[in-house]
Design a protein around this ligand. Structure first.
Ligand SMILES: [Fe+2]
Length: 237
């Protein structure tokens, strides 16, 4: 049985309990040095459903390992690296948009933290059926019809060599499909493919190998049944 982890979606925030950096800060000569800003702490969203809730598309064991090992690992490593590298940014968005300034570890682990937070939110038990309203209108305008969109998005996931993600993004009010390698995110300055993510599909083997082995195509085909189009609509501007 999976554990139900209900709870609010947590935004990235600076935690009060976070250790302060060694540098006490304060401009030289300043009469009352400003206290150092608390370092950014990335949060792992609470999984909005049980580990087994996406079966049979995604099995409970894969979900549990994916959430508690892979995703948790990215979040912990990202937060450790933020401290270690003394990164001083106001929020998660600023860090993601400037990730190229920092180490590869920051790029990979911050990406892993952020990408999976989105991934869980754009899935729902049993899915939410076909998109409608403004989402369907934008899909029809951008790709012809839903089937053409689905084919193009599936191809983006299938053609991603090795590990990465397929994305539906907004670019200047229009929709676009693309993919990124590893844990890159379309909001990163270093990403080859840019835009505001609306929908994300994890095509790392850790997302499907236990159930589907090397058959990524079967994973993707079944993943469509659990897409949360209602949350995609909420993300649209
Ligand atoms: Fe993943």
């Amino acid at each position: 049985m999976g554990t139900f982890l209900a709870g609010p979606i947590l935004a990235a925030s600076a935690g009060c309990s976070t250790p302060e950096p060694a540098d006490s800060g304060g401009a030289e000569g300043s009469p009352e040095p400003m206290p150092p800003a608390a370092p950014l702490v990335l949060a792992q969203v609470a999984l909005p459903y049980a580990y087994n809730a996406l079966e049979p598309s995604i099995d409970a064991q894969t979900m549990e390992i994916h959430y508690t090992k892979h995703h948790t690992g990215y979040v912990k490593k990202a937060n450790a690296a933020i401290l270690e590298e003394g990164i001083n940014v106001k929020d998660e968005a600023e860090l993601v948009a400037n990730v190229g300034k920092y180490s590869t570890g920051i790029r990979n682990n911050v990406g892993g933290a952020v990408n999976h937070n989105l991934f869980w939110e754009v899935m729902a038990p049993g899915g939410t059926g076909m998109p409608d309203g403004k989402v369907l209108d934008a899909i029809n305008a951008g790709f012809g019809d839903f089937e053409m969109f689905k084919t193009a998005f599936t191809e983006a996931g299938m053609k991603r060599f090795g590990s990465g993600w397929a994305w539906l993004v907004e670019q200047d009010g229009k929709l676009a499909i693309g993919s990124t390698a590893n844990q890159d995110n379309p909001l990163m300055d270093v990403s080859d493919f840019k835009g505001k993510p609306l929908l994300a599909l994890d095509v790392w083997e850790h997302a499907y190998y236990l159930k589907y082995q090397n058959k990524r195509n079967e994973y993707v085909e079944n993943w469509w049944k659990v897409v949360n189009w209602a949350n995609v609509a909420k993300r649209m501007g």
